[in-house]
Design a protein around this ligand. Structure first.
Ligand SMILES: Cc1cc2nc3c(=O)[nH]c(=O)nc-3n(C[C@H](O)[C@H](O)[C@H](O)COP(=O)(O)OP(=O)(O)OC[C@H]3O[C@@H](n4cnc5c(N)ncnc54)[C@H](O)[C@@H]3O)c2cc1C
Length: 486
């Protein structure tokens, strides 16, 4: 600890950990015995990191407002500043007279490099720096293959994680009495970050769908524990049911942490509110998130480069602008794909099963490079995550670690019929098809004229004809794959 008496406070630097509970940096700050002041830095120049997508920017604005209120409630001074990360943090440290700076770790290579530079620069000036894990159950570098080195297959990865024992219990939120308020840094208004859309304001659907912030995370997760966890192992594949936790955007921005989810789900099973099978499955999905971060840690350019270099030679087609537009807008003529893409556009989120179907359609039916889809999801998802998005797109493409084999091409009609068997999901997001009889709902182009007429649908006018024939597109995709198989 620095002995400079002029440096008497602790600076807590919030980043992707926008919460007070189970926040080890905040706990360390509270325990440091010094007054604490908190900072968030928005870096418009990115310092080498990828710019947030539009939906993520909207979420961040809500989340910061919520955090500001939560900090005020425990008497923690909190300021938001904009500027180049390193310069802004170091200026704030000097202004606050901080002798200790604490933060929770990030995992994108450019951000890690920035953090390392800041850490060494501050230490050279005699300022202590401590970092913690708030984001993951296990640090990516702690998990290794038996023979050493990173793991490339999920099952052994998850076994290696589980062999480390139970994740640590979450930390409580510090009470007002535990925080000595440090100096309030001058900040800027969150509105001045201009994170939200104005002309036009397209965020109405997002506002309706989500309550961002730590309290919103807790409320949403409690509802899942009550109504969704029981039966999760089977129902999680049903987009027509509220069967998943919807925790992904909260995890992305750190408004809740995986340790909290892990232990709360476990307690629900212990209390008899869910079966061990359901909880194991939920834990295993958190495990996929851990696996994505393990992959990202070991492959920093996961969003840009094929994990499997064989795919570098894959003969992707130049995207047909009309097809790409139809995919983005949910006008492909395949109802489950269109429902998913419209759910994404209107709410900033899409059910996992439907993400796989929509991604497969772009990659395999339209033969478009997975990076084009990854980029669209990055812009439109409120949970757009540097590890999960890239790893999942590569998984669907077949180019990723432990990926779906390329020859597994999702049939959007059969997938729709299997996972949306009553058609409720499609009818919700593609309302022009709501009166089409269930028998034809997922394949309206096969419906007799009179059935469509009775439902008020003229194909090609009220709803598109399929933009490609799935069977022909599948054959084309497999032929393309044959070219890199050898
Ligand atoms: C093409 C594609 C892109 C995706 N992009 C993202 C993304 O940008 N951000 C993101 O968080 N997830 C992404 N996923 C994974 C998954 O679809 C979402 O995590 C999930 O739908 C979030 O809903 P939930 O919180 O209700 O999940 P739940 O089923 O309740 O699961 C709980 C948590 O486990 C994790 N999880 C669940 N499924 C997966 C999975 N397949 N892979 C990794 N982690 C998982 C998530 O953190 C999730 O919040 C993507 C999947 C696909 C197929």
């Amino acid at each position: 600890m620095t002995s400079d008496p002029g440096r008497s406070c602790t600076l807590l630097w919030f980043r992707e950990d926008l919460r007070l509970a189970d926040n080890p940096a905040l706990t360390a700050a509270a325990r440091s015995g010094r007054p604490v002041t908190a900072l968030y830095v928005f870096d418009p120049d990115l310092s080498g990191a990828r710019a947030l997508g539009a939906a993520s920017r909207w979420w961040l604005a809500q989340s910061l407002r919520s955090l500001a209120d939560d900090c005020a409630a425990i008497g923690l001074p909190f300021a938001v500043r904009a500027g180049p990360t390193e310069k802004t943090v170091r200026k704030a440290v000097a202004e606050a007279g901080a002798g200790l700076v604490v933060w929770n770790r990030r995992y994108v290579a450019a951000e890690r490099d920035t953090d390392a530079d800041i850490k060494s620069g501050l230490r050279d000036e005699g300022v202590d720096v401590e970092s913690f894990n708030a984001r993951l159950l296990y640090e990516p570098w702690e998990i290794e293959a038996k023979s050493g080195g990173p793991l490339k297959v999920y099952s052994p990865f998850w076994r290696a994680c589980r062999a480390k024992g139970e994740p640590a219990e979450p930390l409580p939120k510090p009470s007002k009495a535990k925080i000595a308020a440090g100096p309030k840094l001058k900040g800027i208004a969150i509105d001045d970050l201009e994170l939200e859309p104005t002309k036009p304001d397209w965020a109405g659907g997002l506002r309706e769908a989500w309550p961002p912030g730590e309290a919103g995370a807790g409320k949403t997760f409690s509802a899942f524990l009550k109504h969704g966890l029981k039966g999760y192992a089977t129902d999680r594949d049903r987009p027509d049911r509220p069967a998943t936790s919807r925790m992904s955007p909260y995890l992305r921005f750190g408004e809740i942490g995986p340790r909290q989810l892990w232990h709360a789900a476990k307690q629900a099973a212990d209390g008899g509110d869910a079966s061990a099978k359901d909880v194991d499955k939920f834990h295993a999905e958190l495990g996929w998130r851990e696996f994505s971060y393990h992959l990202l840690h070991n492959n920093p350019d996961l969003a840009a480069r094929n994990f499997n270099a064989r795919f570098d030679e894959f003969p992707w087609r130049k995207p047909d602008p009309a097809h790409l537009r139809a995919w983005r807008k949910g006008l492909t003529g395949y109802p489950i794909v269109d429902a998913g893409m419209r759910q994404l556009w209107s709410t900033g989120w899409m059910h996992n099963r439907v993400r796989m179907i929509c991604a497969s359609f772009l990659i395999k039916d339209l033969l478009v490079d997975w990076r084009v889809g990854e980029d669209w999801f990055w812009d439109t998802l409120v949970d757009a995550d540097p590890a999960n998005n890239a790893a999942s797109w590569q998984w669907v493409a077949g180019s990723g670690a432990d990926a779906a084999p390329y020859f597994r091409v999702f049939n959007p009609t059969l997938q729709g019929e299997k996972f949306d068997p009553e058609g409720a999901y499609v009818k919700n997001f593609v309302p022009e098809l709501k009166d089409v009889p269930l028998k034809w709902l997922h394949r309206p182009w096969e419906a007799p004229e009179e059935a469509l007429r009775a439902a008020g649908v003229t194909l090609g006018k009220d709803y598109p004809k399929p933009i490609v024939d799935h069977h022909a597109a599948r054959d084309r995709a497999l032929a393309a794959f044959d070219r890199i198989k050898a």
